[in-house]
Design a protein. Structure first.
Length: 170
């Protein structure tokens, strides 16, 4: 019984110390599910705090559940690795301490540059403890590198997408 009481007290104390974004030197890792038209996958990101409200990071997505899509000849086939994978460098404006909803909440709009396009994202994180929280993020392309008519497989990662998952303060 003492063990259970100790664990509950420890968890409650940790919740009291949770904060979503500390600023310079903060490192946050996120992993979750990515949802977009014709595919679902896994997303991982790593953000590094540069200042009170600024962070830079990298994010990558790989689509696992994809449908067979028409190719150049009209035949259906599974998209290739280059169509399923995307890597992005990103800039975030961490506004949680500006809008002051809760110390454990962070709202972060930003811009990214990827292998497929230039775009933006809007996300939110909530930390239950310093080391663990949840996130939700919506991303959208602003400018695509290929301005020709895209094949269905080329539209993967060139369309709006939604991600949700776990966030970890490192």
């Amino acid at each position: 019984m003492r063990l259970y009481a100790t664990i509950i007290v420890f968890f409650c104390v940790q919740i009291g110390f949770a904060q979503a974004y500390y600023g310079k030197g903060d490192v946050i890792f996120q992993v979750g599910a990515n949802f977009q038209n014709n595919g679902t996958g896994i997303k991982g990101s790593l953000d590094f705090g540069l200042g009170d409200n600024i962070s830079l990071g990298v994010t990558s997505t790989y689509l696992l559940g994809v449908q067979e899509l028409p190719n150049v000849h009209g035949d259906k086939e599974l998209p290739k690795f280059k169509d399923r994978f995307d890597l992005k460098g990103r800039f975030n404006a961490n506004l949680g301490n500006v809008i002051k909803i809760d110390d454990k909440f962070d709202f972060y709009p930003g811009l990214y540059l990827s292998l497929k396009n230039f775009g933006g994202h809007v996300g939110a994180r909530y930390f239950f403890t310093y080391g663990f929280g949840v996130f939700a993020e919506f991303e959208f392309p602003i400018s695509k590198y290929n301005i020709d008519k895209l094949l269905p497989a080329e539209k993967l990662h060139n369309q709006p997408a939604f991600s949700i998952g776990a966030a970890f303060g490192i």
